[in-house]
Design a protein. Structure first.
Length: 332
């Protein structure tokens, strides 16, 4: 839902920008942010947070609110979930309380550093695929490529394909598996980047490519679609599956900051790189990153589909059982 919502926003941004000026788009985005903030004020806190704060009655009411009809009928599943939360966040002994506190040594144990490393690397895949700067500068890229479609229409087409790809990913991720989608997505993006880079190179060499003006639109559309199927969604799923719940909140926060920082740098310096090195050099660089990503997935990342945390930990530690019991994160 996060990926689909973001892609809907990107598509709406391209469509609205085609008809109104940039200031109107900015004010509209600000209005949506205000509506979102007001909407959040009407929602109860998460049950997890309330249980951590020992507000059990409010936590149960919040859980009933978010579970809807299932909670109203007091199903066995809802009752079991309430009991599980109570058991996890009971008063306990001081020693037990201390065991739930996060220390530096919790990040350095042998069974945890490998999942952390995988998360830190996998979250770089979207920026390394080239999809983010390409979507940001879609209109400019198609204008320079002299595409048959107008830059504005090309942007809308690309954003629509990205939205469709993210929806397809939600349908396939539990059937095909995480590794399969990532490998297909990374190698597919590599092929598309090589194609776009080759077209740009021939164009810079003053070779007549008039008959192939459809290549930029086709290859970039395919890149965005294939990226949305795997790279755009799966890294965020992987993080929640392979990390020990005790450190999950801290590591996910770090990875999201890493993702935002790297994305900001790539978007900022992409035009400069194109100006000094040429579009073809940038696209070929992105293709190399995609191949490296596929290699990392095949050699270092386990398949997590249909596995619980203990099974994933065993596969990461080469069959050795994890010494850490699964506990709920202190705060998400």
């Amino acid at each position: 839902m996060l990926a689909i919502s973001c892609n809907i926003g990107i598509l709406l941004g391209f469509i609205i920008s085609h008809y109104v000026n940039c200031w109107s788009v900015t004010y509209l985005a600000l209005l949506l942010c205000a509506i979102y903030s007001l909407g959040c004020c009407c929602l109860p806190e998460s049950p997890q947070y309330l249980f951590v704060k020992k507000k059990k009655e409010k936590a149960i009411r919040a859980l009933r609110f978010y579970r809807g009809e299932e909670a109203e009928s007091e199903t066995s599943q809802f009752t079991a979930e309430v009991a599980r939360f109570k058991d996890i966040h009971n008063e306990g002994t001081p020693k037990k309380k201390d065991s739930n506190q996060i220390h530096i040594k919790d990040f350095l144990t042998r069974s945890r550093w490998k999942p952390i490393l995988i998360c830190v690397v996998v979250i770089l895949f979207p920026a390394g695929s080239g999809s983010i700067p390409l979507i940001t500068y879609t209109a400019n890229i198609f204008a320079e490529a002299h595409s048959n479609l107008s830059p504005a229409m090309s942007s809308i087409v690309v954003a629509t394909l990205q939205l469709i790809g993210s929806y397809v990913s939600t349908m396939m991720v539990e059937k095909a598996g995480r590794r399969v989608l990532l490998v297909i997505s990374t190698l597919g993006c590599a092929v598309c980047s090589i194609t776009m880079g080759t077209y740009s190179f021939l164009q810079d060499m003053d070779i007549d490519v008039t008959c192939f003006r459809w290549v930029p639109v086709a290859s970039m559309s395919a890149l965005v679609f294939i990226n949305a199927i795997g790279i755009g969604i799966v890294p965020f799923i992987i993080m929640t599956e392979i990390l020990d719940p005790k450190i999950r909140g801290s590591i996910v926060t770090f990875c999201l900051l890493e993702f935002s920082g790297v994305t900001c740098l790539v978007v900022k310096y992409f035009p400069m790189a194109v100006e000094h090195l040429g579009m073809y050099s940038c696209m070929w660089f992105f293709s190399c990153c995609c191949v490296a990503s596929a290699t990392f997935v095949l050699t270092c990342m386990p398949e997590t589909k249909g596995k619980n945390f203990e099974q994933i930990s065993e596969s990461l530690n080469k069959g050795k059982k994890s010494s850490h019991k699964e506990v709920a994160p202190t705060l998400v």
